[in-house]
Design a protein around this ligand. Structure first.
Ligand SMILES: Nc1ncnc2c1ncn2[C@@H]1O[C@H](COP(=O)(O)OP(=O)(O)OP(=O)(O)O)[C@@H](O)[C@H]1O
Ligand SMILES: [Mg+2]
Length: 296
């Protein structure tokens, strides 16, 4: 599925430091010093309230826009040092983008939509078609290859969009609310696909407002007011940190999550396993189990 050398999970694939971005007049400070590290092969969900800067962060990582301050290193390359031609080349080589509303071309078939991405990147037509066919096959859509997007379900359309994002074998798959326009069955379909891609070694950074979708990721990072505020590992739903989910239900406090989550410092990527507190004097009045760091 991923035709790159297997990722070395110890190596940061994406390193964002002190990213700042202000839009327009009056100025809107979309990013106020965001820091994030994503390791090779990681599947990270990015959550946070509307307006907290998630899409802006994704756009800057993708090289679709430039930061005012700060650095983005993708696969070891500092993007702010590149001119626009080199940035576009890096983006083609390393980044696949998936959006909430698919953005497929309605008068092209599923196969043509995927092949077009490879053609634009310089593939010969026969190779582009073969690659598109392979991807649709892997994603379970080969029998729908000749259909236009209008004849596909939401989940199938998003899978075609994901196939298109993968057409040039990106090392980093970026997705901005990829299940936001889908019903629960479509969302489950897309999440399952992301999990399969992740299992095959794909590095994924996915924005979502959906707590259940985030729980499918390996790590959840939360943003607030233009900054990354925390980051928790554990694929168990109980350890998902989400104060701002659109879903009904109480936010989960990471310090009372019952499964003893693994904290990850968003800046350094350092992981710390939390363990239950033993001092009875600090017992939580609500009966919730509290955790403390157990060291690196
Ligand atoms: N091109 C732009 N011009 C002006 N302001 C912008 C632009 N893009 C984003 N903003 C502003 O920057 C802030 C962060 O926006 P962003 O889209 O990154 O938030 P978000 O976390 O993705 O929100 P949502 O969950 O609603 O998608 C918001 O206040 C938004 O209005
Ligand atoms: Mg957004």
């Amino acid at each position: 599925m991923v035709d790159h050398p297997p990722p070395d999970p110890g190596v940061p694939h994406l390193v964002v430091r002190g990213l700042r971005k202000t839009y327009g007049a009056p100025p809107v400070r979309a990013l106020r010093g965001a820091d994030l590290t994503v390791r090779a092969g990681e599947f990270v969900a990015l959550m946070g309230p509307s307006g907290s800067g998630k899409s802006t962060l994704l756009h800057l990582v993708a090289g679709l826009d430039r930061a005012d301050e700060g650095t983005v290193a993708l696969a070891g390359v500092r993007t702010e040092e590149l001119n626009s031609t080199k940035l576009a080349r890096l983006r083609r080589r390393h980044v696949g983008l998936v959006f909430q509303f698919f953005h497929l071309i309605e008068h092209l078939s599923a196969l043509e939509n995927v092949a077009l991405a490879a053609l634009i990147a310089g593939c010969r037509p026969t190779e582009a078609t073969a690659r598109a066919r392979d991807l649709l096959d892997t994603l379970g859509l080969l029998d729908r290859a000749a259909e236009r997007p209008g004849a596909l379900s939401g989940g199938q359309r998003q899978r075609v969009a994901i196939a298109r994002a993968l057409a040039n074998q990106p090392t980093l798959l970026l997705a901005d609310e990829p299940t936001g326009a889908l019903d629960s069955a479509g969302a489950a379909e897309v999440l399952d696909l992301f999990r399969r891609l992740h299992a095959a070694g794909q590095t994924i950074l996915m924005v979502t407002h959906n707590r259940e979708v985030a729980a499918g990721a390996e790590r959840v990072v939360r943003m607030r007011d233009g900054c990354v505020v925390d980051s928790v590992v554990d694929s168990g739903k109980d350890s998902v940190v989400d104060g701002e989910s659109d879903d009904a239900g109480e936010p989960v406090d990471p310090l009372v999550a019952p499964s003893g989550p693994l904290w990850v410092d968003a800046l350094t990527g350092r992981r710390t396993r939390l363990r239950p507190r033993t001092d009875a004097g600090d017992a939580d009045p609500g009966g919730a189990q509290r955790y403390v760091g157990s060291g690196p």
